[in-house]
Design a protein around this ligand. Structure first.
Ligand code: MF3
Ligand code: CO
Length: 250
């Protein structure tokens, strides 16, 4: 499938979808505290999404059973919410969430500390977020897709962290996952030429230890192979002729 270029009308719909998602994330972030279960987070997220008249796009996606992916500590992404998974002081938790507004998808992820966390965990979260902002500096018309990938890799390498390679960012629009795939690590090829009107979900997944990951028996939950902590930060962005517009921020 080719990379889609959104019309002005589609861009406005994407903007609205993404703003609503940013509000959902803001509310979810406030709910993170020791004692909450990962299922409570999912329930709250689904309620907020439906309250805006939208549909959670992760629910039933390829059989995924929830609206929010809630991934704790060494879980990288796609953690399945559970009533008996209670957040504890010192944990880190990644919330990945998306919704559909009038047929247009949005997708964003944040990682939070639960109560007080170690300085090392804090740094992992902060640098994962920073790597997103570094990477998207390259997201402008005329550059190539892998300029983003290369910049994220270049930024993260100095910390000795592992960049997950088995999962990547993606185009987004009338489907949750559109072309192109967006790796977060160095690429030999340039990738497609970026054009104004592309909407992309850029989402570095960064491990404190090695880059290797594995899948749990539930066939969803991705964990670090060495048990090290992992952080995730994602926004849906719009490519323009100048600075990209970050659609899933308030
Ligand atoms: N947010 C994920 C992504 O960025 C999609 C999760 S799909 C689900 O691609 F089924 F796990 F929810
Ligand atoms: Co995504």
């Amino acid at each position: 499938m080719a990379v889609t270029i959104k019309s002005q009308r589609e861009i406005d719909l994407m903007r609205h979808s993404c703003k609503l998602l940013a509000k959902v994330h803001e509310e979810l972030g406030k709910a993170i505290e020791p004692g909450i279960s990962t299922l409570d987070i999912d329930r709250l997220g689904e309620k907020l999404i439906r309250g805006y008249g939208c549909v959670p796009n992760f629910l039933h996606y390829q059989g995924y059973p929830a609206s929010i992916c809630v991934s704790v500590n060494d879980e990288v992404v796609h953690g399945i919410p559970r009533a008996d998974r209670i957040l504890q002081e010192g944990d880190i938790v990644s919330l990945d969430c998306g919704l559909i507004y009038k047929g247009y998808h949005s997708d964003a992820a944040r990682t939070y500390g639960v109560g007080r966390i170690s300085p090392e965990a804090r740094q992992l979260i902060d640098e994962t977020r920073n790597s997103f902002f570094e990477g998207i500096k390259m997201a402008r018309a005329g550059n190539h897709l892998h300029d983003i990938s290369n910049r994220i890799d270049e930024y993260i390498s100095r910390f000795g962290y592992g960049i997950v390679e088995d999962l990547v960012g993606h185009g987004i629009g009338t489907s949750l996952h559109e072309d192109p795939q967006i790796p977060n690590f160095r690429q030999r090829r340039k990738g497609v030429r970026l054009q104004a009107g592309m909407t992309l979900a850029v989402e570095p997944m960064i491990n404190m230890g090695g880059y290797e990951v594995e899948w749990l028996d539930d066939d969803w939950t991705v964990v670090t192979e060495d048990g090290s902590l992992s952080a995730h930060y994602e926004n849906t962005i719009l490519v323009t002729d100048g600075e990209p517009e970050i659609l899933t921020l308030l």
